[in-house]
Every structure is written in structure tokens, then in C-alpha cells.
Design a protein around this ligand. Structure first.
Ligand code: HPA
Length: 236
């Protein structure tokens, strides 16, 4: 089947693909960290680029926001030959010790969302990151001396969540943070036999009463740090 939303040909994307939510972040990643980046998709503004990192082919493709959008992009990247998928995104921190800019390596993503239920046709399922990706990310973080939070996150289909005490409830289950795409990416990767992982920068802390949001400057610095680890993880 040919992809409809990613207008590219087999061979345009590398087997290893970084997957930010934001198209402008995809462009920033390609222009800042790739050697010889070339634009390979711009359908619907969902920018995708292919280039090299330390001589190895690598791509970046925006997913958009939420599991429905991320599932379309994941399916189509896999159709185009992707084998190693790494979401690089932001999250709301639930863990009481989390600070803005901290790094999370997701080991699993609870689907608080309809997409995964549809994919599994209602079967209860625990979407997990591929061990080799988690292993590579953890060792890249250790080698860089980076403090990391490693553990489960929840993929919600709501950003503006009115659920009372969401942070307390998820925290009491050991869930570190909330984001919106990993569960669908992990599920599709498992279904199609490819590897997926997820690195997140804490952009909001949700354990302090009122949510606190990171500044644009601090976000840029934290994302730059995350990208170095992400590229080391994908090319390990
Ligand atoms: N909720 C869901 N997803 C997010 C958040 C949040 O607070 N922050 C960054 N991604």
C-alpha cells in the first residue's frame, strides 16, 4: 500500500526515524543536527527530512498531536520501510521530584485514548517501548552523565484534562508523566514487527498544584540535550 499523508517514495526515509510532534521541531532537528538534510515530505505541513548523523542515514518526521495523527504517520513510515522509531516529545511531569527540562525515557505508555483500543479491537493491552531502544537510550544518558527518569508514562487524548486529581492518581500507580502519542506508536510498532521508543522533555510540571510551564529558552536547551541522546540512541 502507498502512503497517502506522507508523500514520499520507498528509500526517501532512512530505517531510523525521529518523531517529534511539532513540524517546526522536525525542521529544527534536521537543520541543526543532520548532515546534508533534505526535505522528503511536506504534505499537510507535516515536515519530514532525511540526512545523516555521524555518517549514518537518519530521518525525522513530525507526527502531529495525539494518537490518531501519530498512528497515521507511524503506519505510513513503516510502509516506507522504517524499522527504528523514536518519539522525541514533551510531557507533563507527574513525579513529585520532576523539574522543568528533565528527561524521561518511557518504558511503557498506558493508552488513555481510543486509538489503541481500536487497534486491539478492545483487548486490554500494555504498549511498551522496545527493550533495545530503552537499553540504548539509558546507556546514552549514562555516558552523557544525564539524570533521567525511566519508567511508564500515560498517553492521554486530552491536553486540557479536567479529570480531578489526575496527577495523584497516575503517580500512585508509578506513572511518571503524561503525553499524547507514545501508546499508539508503541502498539503499531509491536503489531508491525519494528522497534519503537520514546524520549520526553518535561515541559510542564503537574505536581505543584497549578501547572507550571517551561520558558521557550529553557525548552530549546532541554530539547537540544534530548536530541543528542536521541541521535546516539538511534545510531547505537
Ligand atoms: N499533557 C499532555 N501532554 C503534554 C503535556 C501535558 O500537560 N505537556 C506536554 N505534553
Amino acid at each position: 500500500m502507498s502512503p497517502i499523508h506522507i508523500r514520499a517514495e520507498p528509500g526517501d526515509f532512512a530505517e531510523s526515524v525521529l518523531m517529534p510532534g511539532d513540524p517546526r521541531r522536525a525542521r529544527y532537528i534536521a537543520e541543526t543536527f543532520f548532515e546534508r538534510p533534505r526535505l522528503v515530505n511536506e504534505e499537510r505541513g507535516m515536515l519530514g527530512y532525511t540526512g545523516e548523523f555521524e555518517g549514518r542515514p537518519v530521518s525525522v518526521q513530525a507526527t502531529g498531536m495525539g494518537c490518531p495523527s501519530a498512528s497515521i504517520v507511524t503506519e505510513e513510515l513503516i510502509m516506507l520501510g522504517a524499522k527504528n522509531l523514536l518519539r522525541v516529545g514533551t510531557c507533563g511531569g507527574y513525579h513529585p521530584e520532576m523539574q522543568l527540562g528533565d528527561l524521561v525515557i518511557a518504558t511503557a505508555a498506558t493508552p488513555q485514548d481510543g486509538t489503541v483500543l481500536r487497534l486491539t479491537e478492545g483487548l486490554p493491552y500494555a504498549p511498551a517501548a522496545h527493550f533495545e531502544v530503552v537499553h540504548a537510550a539509558y546507556h546514552a544518558a549514562e555516558a552523557a552523565g544525564r539524570k533521567t527518569f525511566l519508567g511508564p508514562v500515560v498517553s492521554s487524548d486530552l491536553f486540557y484534562d479536567t479529570l480531578q486529581e489526575a496527577q495523584k492518581r497516575w503517580s500512585s500507580l508509578g506513572v511518571l508523566a503524561v503525553e499524547m502519542e507514545a501508546a499508539a506508536i508503541f502498539t503499531l510498532a509491536a503489531m508491525r514487527g519494528v522497534r519503537a521508543g520514546c524520549l520526553l522533555t518535561v515541559s510542564d510540571t503537574l505536581h505543584t498544584g497549578e501547572p507550571v510551564r517551561i520558558s521557550d529558552e529553557d525548552m530549546k536547551r532541554a530539547v537540544d540535550n534530548m536530541m543528542e541522546l536521541a541521535l546516539k540512541t538511534l545510531t547505537a
